[in-house]
Write a protein that binds this ligand. Sequence first.
Ligand code: PLP
Length: 430
Amino acid sequence: MTTKQSKALYQEAEEHILGGVNSPSRAYKGVGGGTPVFMEKGDGAHLFDVDGNRYIDYLAAYGPIVTGHAHPHVTKAIQAAAADGVLYGTPTVHENRFAAMLKEAIPSLEKVRFVNSGTEAVMTTIRVARAYTGRNKVLKFSGCYHGHSDLVLVAAGSGPATLGSPDSAGVPAAIAEDVITVPFNDTKAFDAAMDRWGEEIAGVLVEPIVGNFGIVEPEEGFLEHVNRETHKHDALVIYDEVITAFRFTYGAAQNLLGVEPDLTALGKVIGGGLPIGAYGGRQDIMEQVAPLGPAYQAGTHAGNPASIRAGIACLEVLKTPGVYEEMDRLGAKLADGLQTSAQKHGISVTVNRLRGALTLYFDTDSVRNYDDADNSNGERFAQFFHGMLNQGINLAPSKYEAWFLTTEHVDSDIDETIAAADSVFADMSS
Ligand code: PLP
């Protein structure tokens, strides 16, 4: 496979764009380097690069592309929105319709607001929780990524509960001191943190199914416990469902798991591939937000008709009976195929899978929190990643990320992927 054009474009990008990429996860730092592939076109489950190579795509743009690339129904909606003018700075009927669709799909959303990204959505839920409770501190779980706002870029400390220190230069230590981090799935550490800081905590920020150190499900009773204890301390439960909403079911992870938060942040899938975020929750809490309340949030592009119409179209496709069942069937086939092939070649892997999303970890037994994921073998993953890319399989360039299926993947894609993995595992074991 030649990647001459990608290499030339990356060199050019490095001259003009800081680091050659507009989001650091797109550089191949997590997989020992290399040239990021420059994609030119997407069609269903496939991407095509500037050198004419075809890839089966499991990156799905880090989650949003659940109906595949250029789905005709979504494309038509975007074309119609473009033809009508993409931004008015006034309310539109589309926002009403989409908000009603989201409320119907996720009943805890009594009121909704649209923003432009998952980062904005999470950042604003924290502001609203602080406004509602009159408190400052936030508790989050180690290794969970909640966007790049100051407050949530805090070191994912493991072991006992710790007050945070900044994970990024430029985040003041004073801000990080308001963030408490405990391991996911660890009720003891959570209880200890709540005992110590519970009366100062505005909100507990949870990815109900973790998507950012691979796919990690909550253990039986964990989320219920978090809800109960958080409410006992008069703090709010905030679910970050930026990855999980409409990824596993028509609705959010909270529907699947039967546990309701007070506030929810959304993004990714709900924009059908265009930029979007949304947040919502209990009416009395949401009433903190301007113009009704004192907590300010605004946006020139918030609720823009193009993103909203793409989101509506995407959800319409996802409403088709059987789409999630089919992603589940293909996800199981892929996970089984990867495991069987790895075993055949004496490679130790663990697959965490939920429906159409999975993560392949090397050299670790089970992954239930960030430390487990962190301990998986990154060098082995890097070898696997580059081998798969060479065989035309596009994965996220990080051992922590998930593989995402779309409604457009079919059996032949899965068969081709397993065959590619088989040859990569064979090389890795020789
Ligand atoms: N929350 C979660 C769980 C995410 O995975 C992400 C992005 O990966 C975000 C928030 C931030 O979303 P965005 O990149 O749209 O700002």
